[in-house]
Design a protein around this ligand. Structure first.
Ligand code: M6R
Length: 608
């Protein structure tokens, strides 16, 4: 969602602010702005729409100053207009914000009564006015602390103050924020990638912490105003991470990275003798196995959890519950003891998933919570009792691809690890499954090298009304994921269904304008899926069939067949990822949408 950058440098900051905003474009936004402070006055530029609009504005009216803040806004309160774009300014304060100020209405009424004039419809605009009001009456540090104690909701804030051109101010509660320092300046940002090429070291700010950053150092406080210890870490990303490496889109680059990601995961977690070791989740090795597992996530991460439920229940014979984080947190779930929470998130900053983790830890402190996450410095990774890192590398395309495959891969390893510990799978079987996962990386390369059939399948999506994806068993959630991928980036309506459920309603949709993607690997109830295929074909559907068998013996009259190499119970879904992702990608390219930054979407959903 919104991207925040603040910079205080030994030179003009405009280009650095703009470059940082560019590296955060992937988070999703619909307007942007920059404000710098020079000679005691604020200068600002804002634009609705893409950053190129802001860049044009800056080209005709450049800003100059050594301290400034910038923002990409994903609209929540008020349309994505120039007026509503951040920074928001009061007489002495300019400020950018990510999150939602829940009591903004009361604060606005109070501030208007005190004579403050509001120009935007945003919740954020109360913040500079509230701070302005406080600094009229008290010392700056007290003013900040008092402002923070009066606001409710979630925030990451960066601000500059007119009378103090040498300080960047910041605060965090519920939305990610970090500080950076480099050879030529100090920074505050919502994303490490923003600081690539600028900072060498970063400091992750915890919830309820706030302070100020100068070229000389940092003052960091908790909500009571007590100083907090400072901890700098090396910047975890490089400028190269933000490049496309010759691919036309990040999404395609990330799809192609999957064989390397899978190899990295296997190298990381599977030792030479075949032992599976999760070093950052030692409780998995030390404590008794759980009697129940609850898996929580949103979007694509939720789909990965749904597939893993089939795996875990089959081998562990314990109940595995999977739920969408935004539902779970409000439905008074019965958690019970001896329950393992597995919270899955690419970003580790998804507000609902994080809140479930916190709720789980509050309600059943005796249970353990495991994060499956791609960003080890994220809030989820830091707050969980253990982490299984995804090692997918920065994922910049808004549509998750390599992180999804990585989640499936680590969940397969987690299942094998637990099944082995439970004595539920003989050693030879574990070794066979590990070998199949190794082979899958090479098979993925073969799939990525020949995409002609996928392009042919994509052509079937010209002038359609939507699409249906069908699968059974662990491939049913893959049908959900295939449909999500298609709708996210092509804006075509798509539904994923359990193939056996199709006759209970969705079959009414079927005609030649609704292509049906049937996922039918031999591992998962092939004959039954093929019967469902015949049922849709009999009603005029054009079928795109994903199989891992030679066509002999199964329907050959599909409009298009996408063949994947034969995998096993665990590796097959990893292979099926590739045609599903490529199909969505090719359809989106054919329809000319913005593949990497599809409309209305944010990469990391940091507000509920
Ligand atoms: O970072 P997370 O895995 O927690 O994100 C969850 C969803 O927001 C995310 O998977 C979303 O559905 C993606 N756009 C899917 O491509």
């Amino acid at each position: 969602m919104c991207g925040i950058i603040g910079a205080l440098c030994d030179h003009n900051v405009q280009d650095e602010l703009l470059g940082a905003l560019r590296r955060m474009e992937y988070r999703g936004y619909d307007s942007a702005g920059i404000c710098v402070l020079d000679g005691g006055s604020f200068q600002q530029a804002k634009a609705a729409g893409k950053l190129s609009n802001l860049q044009r504005e800056l080209a005709s009216h450049p800003l100059s100053g050594r301290i400034g803040i910038g923002h990409t806004r994903w609209a929540t309160h008020g349309e994505p207009t120039i007026i509503n774009a951040h920074p928001h300014i009061s007489a002495n304060v300019a400020l950018v914000h990510n999150g939602i100020i829940e009591n903004h209405h009361q604060l606005r009424v109070q501030l208007v009564a005190q004579g403050y004039c509001f120009v935007s419809q945003t919740d954020t605009e109360v913040l500079p006015h509230l701070l302005e009001e406080k600094i009229q009456q008290r010392e700056l540090l007290d003013a900040w602390r008092e402002m923070l104690s009066e606001i409710e909701g979630a925030y990451a804030i960066a601000a500059i103050i007119r009378s103090l051109p040498g300080s960047l101010w910041f605060a965090r509660k519920g939305s990610p924020l970090l500080l950076g320092r480099g050879a030529h300046g100090v920074y505050v940002a919502s994303d490490a990638l923003a600081l690539a090429g600028l900072a060498d070291e970063v400091m992750y700010i915890d919830d309820h912490h706030w302070g100020r950053l100068t070229l000389e150092g940092v003052e960091l406080y908790d909500l009571s105003g007590n100083p907090v210890e400072l901890e700098w870490d090396p910047l975890p990303v490089t400028a190269h991470d933000a490049e496309k490496d010759g691919f036309p889109h990040y999404m395609l680059k990330e799809i192609h990275e999957q064989p390397a990601v899978l190899r990295r995961i296997l190298r990381q977690y599977v030792k030479g003798d075949g032992e599976i070791v999760f070093e950052q989740a030692s409780f998995l090795h030390e404590k008794p196995l759980p009697q129940r597992i609850v898996m929580i996530a949103c979007g694509t991460s939720y789909h990965a959890a749904l597939t893993a439920r089939y795996w875990l229940e089959r081998y562990l014979k314990i109940p595995v519950e999977v739920d969408i984080a935004s539902e779970y947190r409000y439905r008074d779930p019965v958690i019970g003891q001896h329950t393992l929470l597995v919270a899955l998130s690419q970003s580790g900053e998804t507000a609902d998933t994080l809140e479930v983790l916190r709720m789980f830890k509050r309600h059943t402190p005796g249970n353990d919570a495991l994060a499956l996450c791609n960003v080890p410095s994220s809030s989820l990774a830091r707050e969980a009792d253990g982490l299984i890192e995804l090692f997918a590398g920065p994922e910049i395309g808004v549509a998750s691809t390599k992180a999804y495959m990585a989640q499936l891969a680590v969940l397969a390893l987690l299942t094998l690890f637990m099944a082995r510990r439970a004595g539920a799978m003989p050693e030879e079987r574990v070794a066979e499954h590990l070998a199949a996962l190794e082979r899958a990386a090479t098979d993925m390369e073969a799939l990525l090298a020949d995409t002609a059939a996928v392009r042919q399948a994509a052509a079937l999506f010209a002038d359609v009304r939507g699409a249906l994806y069908l699968g059974r068993g662990p491939c049913y959630p893959m049908a959900l994921e295939g449909a999500l991928k298609l709708k996210e980036i092509s804006y075509l309506h798509a539904e994923g269904y359990a193939a056996g459920e199709m006759k209970h309603g969705p079959i009414a949709l079927i005609d030649h304008l609704i292509p049906v993607v049937v996922i039918a690997p031999k591992q998962y109830h092939l004959e039954k899926v093929i019967s469902n295929l015949h049922e849709v074909q009999a009603r005029g559907a054009r079928v795109i069939l994903i199989v891992d068998l030679p066509e002999a013996g199964i329907a050959t009259d599909a409009a298009c067949v996408l063949r994947v190499p034969e995998g096993d119970y665990f590796s097959t879904p990893l292979l099926v990822c590739i045609p599903l992702q490529l199909l969505a990608y090719e359809v989106a390219c054919m329809l000319g949408t913005d593949v990497d930054q599809p409309r209305n979407l944010a990469k990391s959903v940091t507000v509920e």
